[in-house]
Design a protein around this ligand. Sequence first.
Ligand code: PEP
Length: 260
Amino acid sequence: MSRCKVIAGNWKMNLDAAQGVELVEKLKSEFSGCASCCSCDRGPEVVVCPPFTTLPAVVAAAKGSRLKVGAQNIHWAEKGAFTGEISGAMLTTAGATHVIVGHSERRQYFGETDETVNKRLQAGLANGLTVIVCVGEQLLERVDGTTKAVVERQVRAALAGVDAAAMSKVIIAYEPVWAIGTGKVATTVEAQEVHAFIRALLKQIFVGSNVAETTRILYGGSMNPDNAAGLLAQKDIDGGLIGGASLKADQFAALIRAAH
Ligand code: PEP
């Protein structure tokens, strides 16, 4: 089963509107010769996820290109007294088509739990967004040998109540926390082992469907042009969620090319 690869850039709290637009313009010029790839089945799906305030400017800059634009979080309520949060309608009105939920930085620094990740994922789906849901173990958990138990708990909780049909709009990102922003990348063997485990888990959760075969599972954690080819060549690695290297046009373009 061939799955269309995804290269998604998580800009985190970086780049103002002018810088975001400049980056998109550079990416567009890199790919001006293959604008049609966004709708054909050869090129990867490419997504950039800027901060909330720059979504409209980045969406406008990306218009007509292969780039899709996502947000970095979503709240489950439609509106109300939730200071600092953002609703699905606000994101779709701004032009977002994708949203990241459950990033380890949200889990580590902002009290995100398995339960709130599930609520945010459900909100993304209810608003017609494609949800990139992040899972991954911390360094101590890997050392303790509990990587699979942690990832299983996170995947099962994130997908609670999601039916097989809705899974066409869910992308899973396996991001070992110890590899995020550290320059330490999981080996191809380590990454492939967890990706295969997640796919097997999807088979158990969505019995009798083709969800396990069709769901894209991305690797995240210091992916860059030097290590991407090896990771992307793995059977169960369907692309990357990229932080640092997504902020530089030449590096992100090289990752898109590696996924072709
Ligand atoms: C991330 O934050 O999702 C990420 C993978 O970051 P980096 O590529 O910088 O490790």
